[in-house]
Every structure is written in C-alpha cells, then in structure tokens.
Design a protein around this ligand. Structure first.
Ligand code: HEM
Length: 391
C-alpha cells in the first residue's frame, strides 16, 4: 500500500502502520501536514515542527484535560500530565525539586553501581539480550532507587508489566491497573510508618489551591512519574543500541564520560521515542490551514516533527555536527516538557558509558534477524540479542 493510502486510517497502535511510520509521515509533511485519521477514536495528526510548536505553547486552545493518549484516561488522572495551567504548575512544583540536575546527580554512585551489578551475570559470556537484561532492568531499578525508595524491589515485575501496557495499549483498563499498583505502594508506605524525605513524602504533604491533595491526586502524581519514566528510558537505550549494531562506526559516539553531553541530543532527535501525544481542542481554531473544532483531538507527532526537513535539513541522517539537535521535541516543548528529562539524560548517559567501558564490538547475534518493534506511544525494538567482546 502507498503511504498516501494509509493516512486516512493511520493508527499509532497498528504494527503494519508503525513499520512504515516514517514514510507515511514524510508524505504527510510534504502533502497534507495536518491530516485526519479514522483510527479510534478519530483524530487529527500534526506532522510539522512549526505547527507542533504552536500547539504546545498555546495551552488555552490545546488542553491536556483529557490526558495525552488517544483512548482517554479516566480517574484518577495522571498529573501533572492531564492538567492545564494554572493548576498544572502547582502540581509540577511539588515534584520539581526531585527532578533537578542537582537532585539527580546526587545519585550518581548508586546508579553506576546498579549498572555494573546488572552486567555481572552476563558480561563474561559475551552475549546479552540488551533490552530485557540490561536496559529495562537498569531503567526500572534506577527509577525505584531514585524516586520510589520505600516501595521495595518485589514490585518491579508488576510495575514493568503495568507500565508496558500503558505505552503499548493506553487503554483505560491499563491505566486502572497501574493506578491500582500505585495505590498499594502508597498504602504500604503508610503502614510502614517510615518518614522519608523523598518524592512520595512530598506528594503526601502536598497542597494545591491552599488545600491538601486528594487521594486521587496523590495517586495520579506518583503514577505519572512511574508510567512516564519506565519504558521511555529503556526504549531510548534500545533504540540507540539498535542504531549502533546497524552502523558499528557509531559505537564511538556512546563511549566515554562525555558522550551524552556531545551526542545524546542528536540520537534523541533521530529516534524520538515517544511517537506522539494528544491535545484536546478547546475552541474553534486553525492549524496548518486546517479548521479545528472545539472538542477535536490532535495528535502531536513528535517522531515526525523531529524529522521535519524545514527544521532539521537532511533530517533522516544522524549528523552529530548538526547545530540545532538540541531543539528536538523528543521531550516535547512548553509547560508539559518532560519533567524527567535530566534524569533520563543522566541515566542513559551512565548506562551506555558503563557498558562500553567493559564491552565493545556489539553485533546482533543473528545478523539476518529482522528486529520487530513494539507499537503504541513508545516504539522500540522488542528484543536485541547481542554479542560483544570484553575490553
Ligand atoms: C528518554 C526518556 C523520556 C522521554 C523521551 C520522555 C518524553 C516525554 C514527553 C514527550 C513528555 C511530554 C508530554 C506532553 O507533551 O504532554 C513527557 C512528560 C513527562 N515526563 Fe518524560 N520522557 C522520558 C523520561 C522520563 C522520566 C525518566 C520521567 C520520570 C522519572 C519522566 C516523567 C515525565 C513527567 C512527570 C511528564 C509530565 C510533565 C507535565 O505534564 O508537566 N519522563 N515526557
């Protein structure tokens, strides 16, 4: 099927569409930059950088009130993701102190140790399934260590399964399942009677509009950190590693203590792991020459806007000398720009630096293997069985 024929039914959750996503969206950017799809529940897709930027900075006309994934969120609502200004800032300010560069860097020794420990079981074998046995374990263990300290490692498998469903299905049932786990985590923390000065503690004591947070608001805020911070992080490591095994000369780009400050922005632009998130139109308006009505849904397609030639010439090429890689939208823009970005950049930096300090020459175990990708909000290699040599 030609890319143009897929537009009218283009579906973030359909594996056949995801496989040709970049061709379809390149066609859209050229011919019909804002297009309508009949994929459930019916929405507009915004493919160009300039249009996306306008939407993300206009929170009055483009609201987060219905959440950021196409099937809606139900109650409790993920916060601050599903809130609009001015309340949005009050929620975000409660979490913010735990997400600063300084707060994150204080965990460096612990995070490096985690990475080193996770490598021990397989390092000497020269083989690893990189996604499951390194990237995912590191992302989960780090998130629990930094933000959910009191909750206990026994939860990790349950949380992994719950968070995977959010990004791969985004159904209300998936939201309800993970919200339930967060409720249990809070209950256990309370019954332990331990007072810890961490993100959960801040949420417990938090207030907005001069009143304490409700139980649903607390659950929604902890949920956001969990749901937004698991798969995004390990998907990014997996997407970068997939580029490295396809183009071995890229390995030097993920080596050494400074690799992330030099090269991660361009990798993020190129792989843009969160494919697209929605906004709800609050009043009749126009974008890219298309009339939108109050109540319409628009999907801002980050993976598309990060390949927009008008913003990034030769956008389909990884170019580490590109002067504006840092303007990528992998973390979105505006008031909802990813709160976890400093943590993500730090962990991905450490994770690949520690690995490439001990190992080199990464290849797919079966060079003929066609690597399947997941679908949904985050598209990543399902698995990467690799071989490598010890340094
Ligand atoms: C490379 C990894 C990551 C990527 C690509 C990513 C991407 C994004 C994007 C695109 C948004 C914007 C949502 C919107 O447009 O409405 C976002 C928001 C958010 N992210 Fe991340 N994220 C990553 C890692 C993390 C991590 C590790 C955490 C937490 C530990 C996190 C927590 C959040 C939160 C709480 C929000 C909501 C912010 C708000 O609405 O004000 N993210 N992220």
């Amino acid at each position: 099927m030609e890319p143009s024929e897929l537009l009218s039914s283009f579906d973030q959750y359909d594996p056949a569409h995801v496989q040709v996503m970049h061709e379809v969206l390149a066609h859209a950017r050229r011919e019909c930059p804002v297009f309508h799809t009949t994929a459930e529940p019916g929405y507009w897709v915004v493919s160009r950088y300039a249009d996306a930027k306008r939407i993300l900075f206009d929170t009055a006309a483009f609201s987060n009130r219905n959440g950021v994934t196409v099937h809606g969120v139900g109650e409790p609502r993920p916060l601050p993701a599903a809130a609009d200004p001015p309340l949005h800032k009050q929620y975000r300010d409660i979490l913010r102190p735990y997400f600063t560069q300084q707060a994150i860097r204080a965990h460096e020794p612990e995070l490096r140790k985690l990475a080193q420990q996770l490598m021990e079981p397989w390092l000497s074998t020269g083989e690893v399934e990189f996604v499951k046995d390194y990237a995912a374990k590191l992302a989960y263990a780090a998130l629990f260590a930094v933000f959910l300290r009191s909750s206990g490692a026994e939860d990790i498998d349950l949380f992994v399964a719950g968070a995977d469903r959010i990004v791969q299905e985004s159904t209300q049932d998936a939201y309800a399942q993970l919200m339930g786990l967060v409720r249990q985590l809070l209950a256990r923390r309370r019954s332990s009677g331990v007072e810890i000065n961490d993100m959960i503690g801040a949420v417990e004591l938090g207030s907005v509009d001069g009143r304490p947070l409700t139980e649903d608001e607390k659950v929604g805020m902890i949920f956001s950190a969990v749901a937004a911070g698991f798969e995004t992080n390990y998907a990014t490591m997996a997407l970068i590693m997939h580029q490295v095994v396809r183009h071995p000369e890229l390995e030097t780009r993920i080596q050494g203590p400074d690799w992330a400050s030099g090269h991660l922005a361009e990798f993020l632009r190129f792989v843009s792991p969160v494919t697209g998130l929605i906004r709800t139109v609050t009043r009749d308006t126009e974008i890219g020459g298309v009339a939108l009505r109050a109540g319409d849904t628009v999907l801002v397609h980050y993976a598309s806007v990060d390949r927009d030639e008008a913003q990034f010439p030769q956008a389909d090429t990884l170019d580490f000398a590109r002067p504006n890689s840092g303007q990528h939208m992998a973390f979105s823009f505006g008031v909802h720009r990813c709160l976890g970005a400093p943590f993500a950049e730090f962990l991905i930096g450490i994770g690949l630096e520690e690995l490439t300090r001990r190992a080199t020459g990464f290849r797919l175990r079966d060079p003929e293997l066609d690597v399947p990708y997941t679908t949904g909000v985050v598209c990543r290699p399902e698995a990467l069985p690799l071989t490598f040599e010890l340094r």
